[in-house]
Design a protein around this ligand. Structure first.
Ligand code: COI
Length: 354
């Protein structure tokens, strides 16, 4: 049992919700009435408050802007038909947040602040949870360094915040993917396993170049040989080959340990499909395709959930799929959606009731 931290609450006088329909929402564009903010000073978290969503006033010298000491998480909240609210696997995101914090030389967030902050914030803004299919309340916890100092060193002060965004699907249609051989997302010893803001900033140029070639995202390959697959854009990747599913292993430290990735592995096992986590070369994928065994390729992530890949291009070799004929990933999505909407039993204890 964790002790409840003292959270100071200041509510809006009038909700903005009346001016927004919670149907057919884009991803991450609208924000709820309130946000959580806490400060790290003198070795402890203080000034924990939930207050109206508003701009921040920061000194232009704050360290995060200059040196990128910034991390974040993505989590989703849902409600069932009776109006009960649930967060999907928040403790797993907290664990990963603190792993990112450690790698970036930032302080950990204690479980009581994270969980009680989430619980109270979502409870206050619960009317913002959409109930349309493929919609949810996207939760964005983040932390950044705030020392007004230009020397390169870990900051002494930080801000932890949570903002909420009622949201629809991140990708609305099957994606076309370009296998990246020039740029690198992550190398062993780097920060590929963290949700550091810098990982996403560095992905923008390669992604824009792939878009100019007519693709939606890149499939990242390893830094040394550009031979082993890592992730797709902002998602983990799965390949269904024959009667097994394959996904890159996490041991190299170059791949994010996705909470959706972990849930998908469990659901595949529930479906009786063996999952193999290993390093996977692009040649193996192509050989499987040539042999007629590559059945499905899909990405997984909190924002993206399950995203089918309809085309994969490696150099001049193009693999195309008719995703309407797929069976495995649609069933995973159906099972995951049923758990999240409380229509199926939560046998793995993933739904945290608020
Ligand atoms: C998420 O899936 O929550 C992510 O962090 C991806 C995000 C960059 C849109």
């Amino acid at each position: 049992m964790v002790a409840a931290p003292n959270i100071n609450i200041q509510k809006v006088e009038t909700s903005k919700l009346h001016s927004l329909s919670l149907a057919n929402l884009p991803f991450g564009k609208y924000f709820t009435d309130h946000m959580l903010e806490a400060d790290y000073e003198d070795g402890e978290w203080k000034n924990i408050e939930i207050k109206p969503y508003q701009p921040l006033l920061l000194e232009p010298s704050v360290a995060a802007i200059h040196y990128g000491q910034a991390i974040f998480e993505g989590i989703k909240a849902y409600k069932d038909k009776k109006g009960n609210c649930y967060i999907f696997r928040p403790l797993d995101n907290l664990k990963r947040f603190n792993i990112s914090a450690e790698r970036m030389q930032m302080p950990a967030i204690p479980e009581d602040i994270f969980m009680e902050g989430l619980r109270q914030l979502i409870n206050i803004d619960k009317n913002w949870i959409p109930d349309q299919a493929d919609h949810s309340l996207y939760i964005r916890p983040f932390m950044f360094s705030t020392d007004p100092f230009l020397g390169v060193k870990p900051s002494d002060t930080y801000k932890f915040m949570i903002i909420l965004s009622p949201t629809g699907p991140y990708y609305s249609k099957p994606m076309r993917i370009y296998v990246e051989e020039k740029y690198t997302r992550a190398a062993p010893g780097g920060i590929g396993f963290t949700k550091a803001a810098a990982n996403y900033g560095a992905s923008l140029l390669p992604t824009e170049e792939a878009k100019k070639k007519g693709y939606d995202q890149v499939l990242w390959t390893d830094a040394a040989e550009h031979k082993y697959v890592q992730e797709i854009g902002t998602m983990n990747v799965f390949f269904v080959i024959g009667d097994k599913a394959y996904t890159p292993e996490l041991e190299s430290g170059t791949i994010l340990a996705g909470v959706t990735r972990d849930s998908v592995i469990t659901i595949l096992q529930d479906m009786g499909i063996e999952v193999i986590e290993k390093s996977i070369s692009i040649d193996e994928i192509i050989d499987a395709h040539r042999a007629g065994n590559l059945r499905e390729v899909f990405g997984t992530g909190t924002a993206a959930t399950i995203s089918p890949i309809c085309e994969l291009r490696y150099e001049d070799y193009v693999i195309k799929f008719d995703t309407d004929k797929w069976k495995v990933s649609p069933e995973i999505k159906e099972r995951l959606d049923a758990i999240r909407s409380c229509e199926a039993a939560d046998t793995h204890g993933w739904m945290y009731k608020i």
